[in-house]
Design a protein around this ligand. Structure first.
Ligand SMILES: [Zn+2]
Length: 338
């Protein structure tokens, strides 16, 4: 082979290798561009507002984001809780609101297409107006509590929680009853990486155990069952009676079978207006004795646990990092999507 041909071939191989290396090196970046989209939080917290559907007045109110967060913290957490717990709550409330601005909630749009979020806690997060705060707390309480909440919101201004580059859906509940929080898929459908079970700090609180008697007649009416006709000896663990199924690590059951009819414990809780979906059942004559633990669904931040952590000296960012695994704080900053 003539030397000029060898040189040309060598040059061609080198060129080929160079392009292959270029493609390989840029592959991760290309994949990032294809699959990541633009996940930066280009929202200007200073000018950001949210359209709140006030379910008390049945009106849509446009509020500045920070102003909205004050109303949520006031409604969702006792103002007597330590400041760092209130700050953790403020970040969770703000994050939830920003997530709703990014991913509209169809349930809210069905109520009013102009609304981004509802003040109904059964749909989104609770929210109260300054007027309502005054009614609840009285004149002195209004000044003290509102100033404390404003301070908690101001000291966390524009801060939200992200997992990777995504703003998270920060579920929270009043109290896990001391049993620890739940994996999201044990309560709802999907496994969410930051909503994992964590043991909770020991918190004695008013939600720890609530006992109530409900007649079998009422349950039969609510769920269209015939539990009243089941003999007492067959009330539990039989097809005629009640079977509790799929216990989670904390002792919460995922499903309850009533006379062959399977429902989730969340649905049972909602229809029975129970404080929590963590419960045990016992038969007492013609009644069911229901013992509930904690308050709420048990996923994400436990507010009573957050207060206890704050009392032991933990900062709001440490509290949030504890209940939302692998998340980070990020700031809302102006940008092209704002
Ligand atoms: Zn807890």
């Amino acid at each position: 082979m003539p030397s000029w041909l060898r040189k040309r071939r060598k040059k061609r191989v080198l060129k080929y290798l160079f392009f292959m290396a270029l493609i390989l090196l840029s592959l991760p970046w290309l994949l990032y561009l294809i699959f990541s989209g633009d996940k930066h939080i280009h929202l200007d917290g200073d000018t950001l507002s949210i359209n709140l559907y006030n379910h008390t007045t049945k009106q849509v109110e446009k509020l500045k984001l920070e102003e909205y967060v004050v109303g949520v913290v006031a409604a969702e957490m006792p103002a007597s809780f330590p400041l760092e717990a209130l700050k953790a709550q403020a970040v969770a409330a703000r994050t939830y609101a920003v997530k709703r601005l990014q991913v509209p909630d169809p349930r809210v749009k069905t109520i009013d297409r102009l609304a981004d979020i509802s003040s109904d806690p059964a749909i989104n997060q609770a929210w109260i107006s300054s007027e309502e705060m005054g009614k609840r707390w009285g004149k002195l309480g209004y000044v003290v509590n509102r100033n404390k909440i404003i301070k908690a919101v101001a000291e966390t201004k524009n801060q939200v929680l992200v997992y990777g580059e995504e703003v998270i859906d920060p579920s929270y509940h009043a109290s896990c009853g001391g049993y620890g929080t739940e994996n999201s898929e044990d309560v709802w459908k999907f496994a969410i990486p930051y909503l994992r079970h964590v043991p909770c700090v020991d918190h004695e609180d008013r939600h720890k155990a609530v006992v109530q008697l409900v007649s079998l007649h009422k349950i039969d009416q609510l769920f269209e069952t015939q539990l009243q006709s089941a003999p007492a000896s067959k009330m539990f663990n039989s097809s005629q009676g009640i079977v509790m199924k799929e216990k989670t690590g904390t002792g919460r059951f995922k499903k309850v079978v009533l006379g062959g009819k399977t429902i989730t414990t969340s649905e049972f809780r909602s229809k029975m207006a129970l404080p929590s979906s963590h419960f045990e059942l016992e038969l007492k004559g013609a009644n069911l004795c229901i013992t509930t633990h904690g308050y709420g669904h048990g996923v994400g931040m436990c507010q009573y646990g957050a207060a206890e952590l704050a009392r032991t000296g933990k900062r709001f960012d440490e509290i949030l990092a504890y209940y939302y695994q692998g998340v980070k704080l990020a700031g809302l900053a102006p940008g092209k999507n704002g």
